[in-house]
Design a protein around this ligand. Structure first.
Ligand SMILES: Nc1ncnc2c1ncn2[C@@H]1O[C@H](COP(=O)(O)OP(=O)(O)O)[C@@H](O)[C@H]1O
Ligand SMILES: [Mg+2]
Length: 322
């Protein structure tokens, strides 16, 4: 906000800060989004969040969240139901006003984002589109008309695998097909930043794999994506980094292979010996298996070496935070 333009809107940076008379026309740190006790916003990030608070009544759904998402990154937000994922995403999209903290999305405060800013976003809401009398192609064409440089609606239908449903009414689609339509509507405007709130709920395994390929092709085109999902394999397959949110705060941010100390966790070696299944935990699985192999003339029966899965560490983190 520029000095002298008036009082900050509710939910703007600094929350309850009062407008003070200033000698200079330069913006104050607070006006630039500085939140006391927190690092400055990252001007190079696609999304920068400091101390985000959103309350419903006297309960904080988001309770002091800090996060930077880089341009071109796929970031997956994980967390149990009610953790605050959708609320966070909706604040970033400009759908909900925040009660505190500072946020920049593509350099703009979502509470003040105008049409040009909105046109750079693609949004796939958790709730999805309602019933529609229009055909799938008509819906896409109507959406495309809002944008200066939309994708060709028929190409988008091809991308999401709905070409053979182009003439069908939106309301006649199955749950998974409807979700694909939501994704199509989200990307037809050629967004620089795409929000996907539980995009693959209701997809069968094949549709999910096709969706993953679509997301990767969007990444190759430079699209930044913020995804929420309950599917840990999806986060692992797609995300450059994952963040686990619990009770409105980020418990950890890491690359999927390192979350919860996964990368350095002991390996579990298991095999069958004397007709009995045996397991051992070891920090040096290679040396362990070498010794084991020396005890057997040929193959070690039923040998397997595993590390904690993303799901293992996620469930442990959620347990620790509840
Ligand atoms: N419109 C709303 N009014 C009141 N409470 C809400 C509203 N939306 C969400 N909540 C509450 O805020 C918390 C976070 O919800 P949400 O952001 O939807 O979590 P998630 O997407 O992680 O499941 C929950 O306790 C939920 O009940
Ligand atoms: Mg949600």
């Amino acid at each position: 906000m520029i000095a002298g333009r008036g009082r900050p809107a509710a939910g703007s940076d600094g929350g309850d800060c009062d407008l003070v008379q200033k000698d200079s026309l330069l913006p104050t740190p607070r006006e630039l989004g500085a939140v006391p006790g927190r690092e400055p916003l990252d001007p190079d990030a696609a999304i920068s969040i400091r101390g985000l608070v959103k309350r419903y009544g006297d309960r904080a759904a988001v309770d002091g969240l800090d996060l930077d998402i880089r341009r071109g990154e796929i970031f997956a937000l994980l967390g149990p139901n009610g953790a605050g994922k959708t609320t966070t995403v909706e604040v970033l999209e400009g759908y909900r006003r925040r009660d505190g903290g500072a946020v920049r999305v593509l350099g703009v405060d979502p509470a003040r984002g105008g049409r040009r800013w909105k046109a750079q976003l693609g949004i796939v809401l958790q709730s999805g589109a309602g019933d529609s009398q229009l055909s799938v192609r008509e819906l896409l064409k109507a959406r495309a008309s809002y944008y200066a440089e939309p994708r060709d609606p028929d190409e988008v239908l091809e991308l999401v695998g709905l070409t053979d449903k182009a003439g069908a009414r939106g309301r006649s689609l199955s749950g998974g097909q409807r979700r694909r339509l939501d994704v199509a509507l989200g990307i037809v405007g050629r967004p620089r930043l795409l929000f996907l709130d539980e995009p693959t709920t209701g997809f069968d395994p094949e549709a999910r794999r096709q969706f993953w390929a679509l997301i990767r092709s969007l990444r190759d085109l430079g699209t930044t994506m913020l995804l929420t999902t309950h599917y840990l394999d999806e986060a692992e397959a797609l995300a450059d980094r994952v963040g686990v949110i619990a009770r409105g705060q980020l418990a950890e941010v890491a690359v999927p292979t390192a979350l919860g100390g996964r990368g350095t966790a002991p390996a579990v070696v298991s095999w069958t010996e004397g007709g009995v299944r045996r397991t051992a935990e070891t920090a040096t699985p290679t040396a362990f298996v070498r010794e084991l192999a020396a005890r057997f003339p040929g193959e070690v029966p039923d040998l397997a070496v595993s590390r904690p899965t993303l799901e293992d560490v996620y469930l442990k983190m959620i347990g620790d935070h509840s």
